[in-house]
Design a protein around this ligand. Structure first.
Ligand code: GLC
Length: 430
């Protein structure tokens, strides 16, 4: 009798159990199935290199916080595409994700729109003093902190130390020296590019161009006024175009490159110089990397008599104002941006800490001696205009800069047009 009952009911019981499981257990970042507590969703850009270290860190959080599960969801690496995703979803009051990683240029816009929780209490005064000034300024509005700086970026010049040593050369201090060295080395080596950088029409291009403008003494804004149409900026853009069309040290292919595609070319030993962010260093120095032990980094070159300039980049962690689990989300933010996590991420993925004291950490310095030199580059890195309207400005700049490096517009034409449009965006019509 019992047997017959079991036989008849078992499929139904099983089905109910499976349905329950479908609702109650979601796959976590670690692949572990758990049944109680809250689940928070963490959205972030694609992790470069080996994502396993990142998964292990999330697993560590779940171990230390058994009542919280983290579902990690990766968006594409492109900052522009991620921005689009967030604007659409946050504007529609989505509660589908709790924690988000944000490019340094978006926080003023997101905070102003009211999309982020105030996280001031997560960053006590003493800790604020330890954070690099650039990202701290970007996440602060009216004295309140809307995101916690997670990792910092600044443009660097990667170079093949073996090839420069081979001709007894030091890394170039001026753009002219870079052109000469790149020309000299590529003349004797088949299939190797001189200098590669990010020239596709996207945010990364603006980061690259700004480094040329600043290192020629130019700028976009000065005291809030648009100063794009200047002789310094014309000289800077002319040089970028000439790298491709006149000196031929950068292949036309740079107009299609982003961070990862340029990293692959340099990482396969096919370029003498590359401009990129610091994350690439760890990947180049991994076992099996064709350039392991043959590369080094230096500050970007400048025009004669001017100073080198790196664009400030980096990512910050915030909490969606519509999160249904704000307390759990805040515990996760505290964990993932803590000194301990930042150190692990620096050693593994290569994300550089936003906390300055870590640049004196003996382990970090031993494994990545170049990190000590990065501290000053990060202190001096120059921010893109910190404004809720930055995304409108970059949407004007991207096609204009792209038109110059592709040879469609002259630097003077593009700068005059961008100047006019950005004045309009900012209401600075002179
Ligand atoms: C990096 C930087 C970010 C920048 C982006 C451009 O991710 O951290 O600030 O906007 O590159 O591609």
């Amino acid at each position: 009798m019992i047997k017959r009952l079991l036989k008849r009911c078992l499929p139904g019981v099983l089905a109910c159990f499976l349905i329950f499981c479908g609702f109650a257990c979601r796959e976590t970042s670690t692949g572990v199935q758990k049944e109680d507590g809250v689940t928070i969703v963490f959205k972030h850009g694609k992790i470069p290199g080996d994502a396993e270290h990142f998964r292990q860190l999330l697993h560590q959080f779940e171990k230390e916080n058994p009542d919280i599960r983290v579902v990690s969801e990766a968006l594409p690496s492109s900052t522009d595409e991620q921005h689009q995703f967030y604007v659409i979803n946050l504007d529609a009051n989505s509660a589908d994700f709790d924690v988000l990683s944000m490019d340094v240029i978006w926080v003023p816009e997101f905070a102003r729109a009211g999309w982020l929780r105030d996280l001031s209490s997560l960053l006590p005064e003493a800790e604020r003093r330890d954070i690099f000034p650039g990202p701290l300024k970007a996440v602060t509005a009216n004295g309140r902190v809307f995101a916690i700086p997670w990792y910092i970026d600044a443009g660097l010049l990667y170079y093949r130390k073996d090839l420069l040593d081979g001709i007894g050369a030091r890394p170039p201090a001026t753009w002219g020296q870079l052109v000469r060295l790149a020309g000299k080395i590529t003349k004797n080596s088949e299939g190797i590019y001189g200098f590669i950088w990010q020239g596709k029409q996207y945010e990364g291009l603006v980061c690259n161009v700004l480094e040329y403008l600043w290192s020629h003494g130019g700028d976009v804004l000065e005291d809030g006024k648009v100063v794009l149409n200047s002789p310094e900026n014309i000289a800077a853009l002319t040089l970028m175009r000439d790298l491709i069309a006149k000196y031929r040290v950068s292949p036309p292919l740079v107009t299609t490159l982003v961070e990862e595609s340029s990293r692959h070319i340099f990482g396969n030993g096919r370029a003498v110089f590359m401009r990129n962010w610091p994350y690439a260093w760890n990947i180049f120095q991994r076992d099996g990397s064709p350039v392991k032990g043959r590369i080094a980094v230096a500050p970007l070159p400048a025009a004669p008599g001017k100073s080198s300039a790196s664009t400030l980049g980096g990512w910050q962690i915030g909490v969606n104002r519509n999160s249904r689990h704000p307390r759990a989300a805040e515990r996760f933010v505290r964990f993932i941006t803590s000194p301990k996590s930042q150190k692990i991420l620096a050693l593994t993925i290569g994300y550089k800490p936003t906390r300055r004291s870590l640049y004196r950490d003996p382990d970090l310095v031993r494994h990545q001696p170049f990190i000590t030199g990065l501290h000053d580059i990060f202190m001096n890195a120059r921010p893109r205009p910190v404004s809720p309207y930055y995304m409108m400005m970059t949407q004007v700049l991207q096609p204009e800069f792209s038109a110059v490096i592709s040879g469609i517009k002259t630097p003077a034409e593009a700068l005059a047009s961008a100047d006019r449009q950005i004045r309009h965006v900012l209401g600075d019509e002179r």
